[in-house]
Design a protein around this ligand. Structure first.
Ligand SMILES: [Zn+2]
Length: 411
């Protein structure tokens, strides 16, 4: 009986001791225990709209109790996500718990828009305006990654076309995040040219002006022609091509003659295939002229003249279009009101001479068509000059301000 009592007391004591030990262990374990994350407790990341973003890998460690001095990795759970295709602030919480302690780290993602919109300007409708013209907006679009189409929100400054010069239009648009885009368009305003004076050949009793013009060169006869013109100090006009010795074009300009654009190839099927083809040919000759004379020319003579019908075969209505486009681009084209006949009518110098003086007679202004690729035509020039000077005529080179002759356009 005594023994039984003793055992009971002992049992109770052992049980109490065990409970005490367990309590001490629990206290020791929880004492000062904490959870540490591989990121700060609070952090903020900024991400551009539409950018790539993935939630960071976060680790958590249980630290601070006597059993886990170095820290034991424990499981982490994440709540929340960020969507970079929508502006805003996203809160992500990482949490972990173990041994009666728990902890969390907050990770904030700010999806922002710092990219300005983009303004795209449509190509200008014309290369320049004349003083007093109204600028017609060529068009523009504005887009933004976040806001989409912002074309309606674009503002454009006005330009003053009352004076010549380079004018700038500034286009501005701002997106909802306050990002600003500006674009600039330069508009050239030119002085209005004097209206084209078309010669109607009023009668003259001598004293008229003769514009000698020579097409299709330079050629083997051009140097001789230049010598003749120099001898009488007569200035003429050369509508040049891409053939022949190009340095003669430089000489023509250096000796005071006008250099105009005729054609690079003189192949009707190519030149009159389209408006673009025509201007490609024209620009190619003008590059040669620039290279030889230092300046682009504004003077043009159409291969075959503006009244040619051969172009009909290649492009209907092209001469009408070209005549208008040349004027719009600031060029001036010249046909002729006196033909020497050297393009087919004759192959004789005497006849060239007679054709020219008969044509010139009685005209206040004569634009004479000759070709410096024809030896017999060049050979008539000296006599034409002598006759003109003896009869009170003046010889002059064509300039953009000269009166012009426009034949009837037939295509
Ligand atoms: Zn020609």
């Amino acid at each position: 009986m005594q023994n039984k009592k003793l055992y009971l007391i002992l049992g109770v004591c052992i049980a109490a001791a065990l409970v005490m030990i367990a309590a001490v262990l629990i206290i020791l374990r929880a004492n000062d225990a904490r959870i540490e994350f591989s990121i700060p407790e609070y952090s903020v990341e900024t991400v551009e709209f539409g950018g790539e973003w993935t939630a960071p890998e976060v680790k958590a460690y249980l630290k601070g109790n006597i059993f886990n001095k170095s820290g034991k990795e424990i499981e982490v759970t994440r709540e929340g996500d960020a969507n970079t295709s929508e502006l805003g602030e996203y809160r992500i919480v990482y949490s972990a718990s173990a041994d009666l302690v728990s902890g969390s780290a907050e990770y904030v993602v700010k999806v922002v828009d710092t990219t300005p919109p983009v303004i795209t300007l449509a190509a200008a409708k014309s290369e320049f305006l004349y003083v007093g013209d109204t600028y017609a907006e060529a068009g523009f679009t504005a887009t933004d990654a976040v806001d989409g189409d912002l074309t309606g929100s674009v503002t454009a400054t006005d330009i003053d076309t009352s004076t010549p010069g380079q004018k700038e239009i500034t286009y501005t648009v701002t997106d909802q995040s306050g990002n600003v885009c500006t674009a600039t368009r330069t508009v050239v305003v030119r002085e209005k040219p004097a209206p084209t004076q078309v010669i109607d050949s009023p009668p003259s009793t001598g004293g008229g002006v003769i514009y000698l013009t020579f097409d299709d060169g330079p050629s083997a006869y051009t140097a001789t022609l230049l010598d003749i013109l120099k001898k009488y100090n007569v200035k003429a006009t050369f509508f040049v091509t891409g053939s022949g010795d190009r340095s003669l074009i430089a000489r023509e300009a250096a000796e005071g003659h006008s250099v105009g654009i005729h054609t690079l190839t003189h192949e009707y099927s190519k030149i009159y295939a389209s408006v673009d083809a025509y201007f490609a040919d024209l620009n190619a000759v003008n590059e040669i002229i620039k290279e030889q004379t230092g300046e682009y020319s504004k003077l043009v003579r159409f291969p075959g003249g503006s009244s040619n019908t051969v172009s009909k075969k290649y492009c209907k209505g092209i001469m009408t279009q070209l005549a208008a486009e040349l004027e719009a681009k600031g060029y001036k084209y010249f046909d002729w009101n006196v033909s020497s006949g050297d393009a087919g009518g004759t192959t004789v110098s005497d006849t060239v001479y007679t054709n020219v003086i008969n044509g010139v007679r009685g005209k206040a202004y004569s634009i004479v068509l000759q070709h410096d690729i024809k030896n017999f035509s060049v050979n008539a020039v000296e006599r034409i000059i002598v006759w003109g000077l003896n009869n009170g005529y003046t010889f002059a080179p064509l300039t953009p301000d000269s009166p012009t002759v426009h034949q009837h356009i037939n295509n």
